[in-house]
Write a protein that binds this ligand. Structure first.
Ligand SMILES: NC(=O)c1ccc[n+]([C@@H]2O[C@H](COP(=O)([O-])OP(=O)(O)OC[C@H]3O[C@@H](n4cnc5c(N)ncnc54)[C@H](OP(=O)(O)O)[C@@H]3O)[C@@H](O)[C@H]2O)c1
Length: 326
């Protein structure tokens, strides 16, 4: 029997009580106008949350406008996550106390590593990495002051296991996940030094394909067949096809809702059972086969080395050279 690595991260003074769904609670969802974000906004609004802020650049999309007619507790708010730190701080301040922040807005890119201009990759990171960091920096002080809250992140299964043609996208998702994993551990230490329990939970979902409007522009340098990558066109077509055959956005929304209400939640959560059968299982999966683990933190690494029962945990964590899914 192997110990559950997640237990290493249980906040010491926290019982992580259920976050109650009630009309005094505020949820902020980025990318709340479409796909997973829109489904998440609908889920929290339909469950009676007091204020559900749906953020996007364009909040006039008909799907969101229609939802607002149905649920007056939805508040559309125009914000580009790549805005300045000052603009993001101001927006966050205007929402009052935030109980749940769902980082969902994201962009894609598809192609071979050599086909992207650095500007394309930088722009992707502005949306998928720097934007969320600006939001989290604006939100975390309020959650620490309130000693409660949840930050839930919509990542992707390709941050855990490589697919084809996703190098900047998967990197941007993995970078944010690890930024959050580190915050999780920093808060664990922080909680040891304050008098009251700290009930801030941080979790990450890793969907597979989801049927949404998600777009992935191709590399601007157009290195394809002529560059020796004969599989590029077929795989861009496969990617588009798989997206349309993907899960319902409601599946991810339901998982996010569930995580917000669990007494304890894992950090990594597959949103697609098919992913659990793939390479992700070998990389970040708990050796029991039942759940993602938190991975090994350096601060706990020595304990794991000292405990011979954990040798298999470590060997699972080190299997980072998994072959392609294809
Ligand atoms: N669909 C999939 O198969 C899949 C799989 C795994 C992970 N994901 C992740 O799921 C998340 C949601 O994607 P989705 O599939 O639901 O796509 P979607 O239908 O295209 O929705 C994307 C949302 O993000 C918003 N957005 C994009 N850029 C933004 C920016 N700069 N500032 C503010 N909002 C921005 C969009 O609104 P505006 O354009 O109006 O700003 C829209 O509301 C993304 O993080 C994506 O990486 C998707």
């Amino acid at each position: 029997m192997h110990p559950n690595v997640n237990s290493l991260f249980a906040h010491p003074k926290s019982e992580l009580p259920k976050i109650k769904s009630n009309n005094a609670r505020t949820v902020v969802v980025t990318g709340g106008s479409s796909g997973i974000g829109l489904a998440t906004v609908e889920k929290f609004a339909s469950e009676g949350y007091g204020k559900v802020f749906a953020l996007a650049r364009n909040v006039n999309r008909p799907e969101l406008v229609d939802l607002v007619k149905k649920y007056p507790n939805i508040h559309p708010f125009a914000l580009d996550v790549t805005s300045s730190e000052e603009a993001i701080q101001e927006a966050i301040k205007s929402f009052g106390k935030i109980d749940i922040f769902i980082n969902n807005a994201g962009s894609g890119l598809i192609g071979t590593a050599e086909s992207f201009s650095i500007e394309q990759i930088r722009n992707l990171y502005e949306v998928n990495y720097f934007g969320p960091i600006k939001l989290i920096q604006a939100i975390l002080p309020g959650m620490r002051a309130a000693k409660e809250g949840a930050i839930l992140n919509v990542s992707s299964c390709v941050s855990l296991a490589p697919d084809l043609l996703q190098s900047p996208y998967s990197g941007s998702k993995a970078a944010l996940e690890h930024f959050l994993a580190q915050i999780n551990f920093d808060l664990y230490k922080y909680a040891q030094n304050i008098a009251e329990p700290l009930n801030i939970r941080i979790a990450n979902i890793n969907p597979g394909f989801v049927s949404t409007n998600f777009k992935a522009p191709v590399g601007s340098k157009q290195i394809g067949k002529e560059g020796g990558y004969s599989f590029i066109e077929a795989n861009i077509a496969r990617w588009n096809d798989s997206l349309h055959k993907g899960q319902s956005p409601a599946d991810s929304a339901n998982l996010l809702f569930e995580l917000a209400h669990q007494e304890k939640c894992n950090f990594w959560n597959s949103a697609d059972p098919r992913v659990l059968d793939g390479n992700a299982k070998k990389i970040y999966h708990d050796p029991t086969g039942n759940q993602y683990s938190h991975g090994v933190s350096m601060a706990k690494y020595q304990h794991l080395l000292d405990d011979k029962n954990n040798s298999e945990v470590l060997s699972v964590q080190n299997e980072k050279t998994a072959p392609s899914l294809m």
